[in-house]
Write a protein that binds this ligand. Sequence first.
Ligand SMILES: Cc1cc2nc3c(=O)[nH]c(=O)nc-3n(C[C@H](O)[C@H](O)[C@H](O)COP(=O)(O)OP(=O)(O)OC[C@H]3O[C@@H](n4cnc5c(N)ncnc54)[C@H](O)[C@@H]3O)c2cc1C
Ligand code: SF4
Length: 277
Amino acid sequence: MELLRPSNLAELPPEPSNTVLLAGGTDVVPLLRDGIISAEQLVDVRDIVPRGIEGTRIGAGTTLGELEIDPQIPEALREAARLAASPQLRNMGSLGGNLLQATRCWYWRLQFPCYLHGGNRCHAREGEHREHAIFATTPCASAHPSDPAAALLALGATVRTSGRQFPLADLYRLPTADNRSLTTLEPGELILELDVPQPDASTYLKAMDRQRWSFPLVGVAAARFGDEVRLGLAGVAPIPWALQSPASLDEATPLPGTEYKLEIARALVRRAVEAVS
Ligand SMILES: Cc1cc2nc3c(=O)[nH]c(=O)nc-3n(C[C@H](O)[C@H](O)[C@H](O)COP(=O)(O)OP(=O)(O)OC[C@H]3O[C@@H](n4cnc5c(N)ncnc54)[C@H](O)[C@@H]3O)c2cc1C
Ligand code: SF4
């Protein structure tokens, strides 16, 4: 495998097939090591993706550790970064990489030939799924692991990539028969920057198996802009989930092993809405 370190966008390989982008490497390196993904060229993007915070703009190369201590960052995003992973991982892991981390579904990570890997079964639905989804559980019941993505969804963030600009919600898609990807990025497309509006109040609440270093069983971000409260959830659907209102939780379709998540989500949504009201 060849390691490339371009210093500007023009130096990116023209043919992105068989290349994998690398930022902090905290997700991509284990995936390569375990043979879940493969690449002929590994492209270290740290010299071309902006890093740092300026007003409402956050470089996608900013680490979670930098986000959690910056007073300019809305509370929901700061707290989501603080509650993610471990200090070592937050020190290496970038915001862009966090938004694009692969599912933690153990069947997927153990390379079962499941729907997300291109097959036609969801092994989690049939097997162990206590950490899986309560919304959009068919055809893939995985639960999106990113805490910051839920916060950015509630905050109404905009993503700027190497080719376009769009609302964060449009970064994600549910898998379909002809496209099993959970994101809308084109091969080789880089996330460069996020624009994150300042709310009047915001918060992020997270239920997890341990108090630290644990993926979200349920994460709830709430952001209030004037009278409007927006909600973003982690750990409840294959993609970060925008909840139209607390009552929308009635539309959940949990699996037998994830019904308990619905109760947690109801409690966290109520507390988060109270906190920002
Ligand atoms: C043990 C463990 C626990 C964790 N716990 C949590 C948790 O509780 N909550 C949580 O939210 N996260 C958690 N994480 C995830 C962690 O936060 C991410 O692994 C990290 O943020 C990824 O950032 P990175 O820079 O290392 O990405 P990389 O591993 O370098 O890349 C990840 C993916 O993003 C792509 N990529 C990276 N940067 C860009 C870019 N700028 N443009 C386009 N593509 C890009 C890569 O090609 C790759 O597909 C955990 C991870 C581990 C290993
Ligand atoms: S939940 Fe998704 S990733 Fe996990 S086994 Fe089912 S299809 Fe595969």
